[in-house]
Design a protein around this ligand. Structure first.
Ligand code: GSH
Length: 242
């Protein structure tokens, strides 16, 4: 059995894994786990990832969760070009620095804006108080400032002149609020120019293909969800938005 990747491209960590695998010609079977159908909560999927989250990887009898671990596994196993995860000690440390920081920064704040603007209206019966969105936007703006000043500075990419895993993980994350109608690149010319470079380095077609499910959502509805799955997803959303 070959490599299987369990993904739903509405999820930003899934997009980083998908783009990385496709861009590097890594052969894999795309296993679609539809979050909006609650397929990540099934017993079958628990055999691949007991945490019930995507992305997940299965390589023969080896299973792995967590997008960063998956990206590094693929980079090492398939010996992808050096610029993705440079062998140079300090360049690699810069990639590691961003990958460590983003969990509680771009990831956390971008996701929150997306959940409040795009998912809360679908799952919740009552609108959230406006202060929730304002607080989330304020946090996101603070993080974007840090991203520009510390991680991007005046460089073409986070680690100099070539794209790395840090840029890939950053772009998919920042597209999440964009998809929810909050264009984080507007009024930020340095970041907008970086986005164009990253899109070009990935390839415009692949970038668009990976982002289509979030930019032109078709499956983001709870209509076909069994009530108990809808309730389960609603509860995880509420927990996240506390
Ligand atoms: N830290 C994990 C996060 C995985 C994650 O939270 N995935 C979300 C989609 S973006 C998910 O599967 N959520 C379903 C749930 O929590 O019920 C990673 O980077 O892979």
């Amino acid at each position: 059995m070959g490599l299987e990747l369990y993904l739903d491209l509405v999820s930003q960590p899934c997009r980083s894994v998908y783009i990385f695998a496709k861009k590097n010609g890594i052969p894999f079977e795309f296993k679609h786990v539809l979050l909006f159908k609650g397929q990540h909560k099934t017993e079958e999927f628990a055999k691949v990832n007991v945490l019930g989250k995507v992305p997940a990887l299965k390589d023969a009898d080896f299973t792995l969760s967590e997008s960063i671990a998956i990206l590094l596994y693929l980079a090492r196993k398939f010996k992808t070009p050096d610029h993705w995860y440079p062998s140079d000690l300090q360049k690699r440390a810069r990639v590691d620095e961003y990958l460590s920081w983003q969990h509680v920064a771009t990831r956390l704040c971008g996701t929150k804006v997306f959940l409040i603007k795009a998912l809360a209206p679908i799952f919740l019966d009552e609108p959230l108080p406006p202060a929730k969105l304002n607080g989330a936007l304020e946090d996101l703006n603070g993080v974007l400032k840090q991203f520009e000043e510390k991680f991007l500075q005046d460089r073409p990419f986070i680690v100099g002149n070539e794209i790395s895993l840090a840029d890939l993980v950053a772009i998919v994350e920042l597209m999440q609020p964009v998809a929810a109608g909050c264009d984080v690149f507007e009024g930020r010319p340095k970041m907008a120019a970086w986005r164009r470079r990253v899109e070009e380095a990935i390839g415009k077609d692949l970038f668009l293909e990976a982002h289509e499910p979030i930019l032109k959502p078709k499956d983001m509805t709870t209509e076909s969800l069994p009530p108990e799955v809808k309730e389960q997803l609603k509860q995880s959303l509420l927990k996240y938005l506390k």
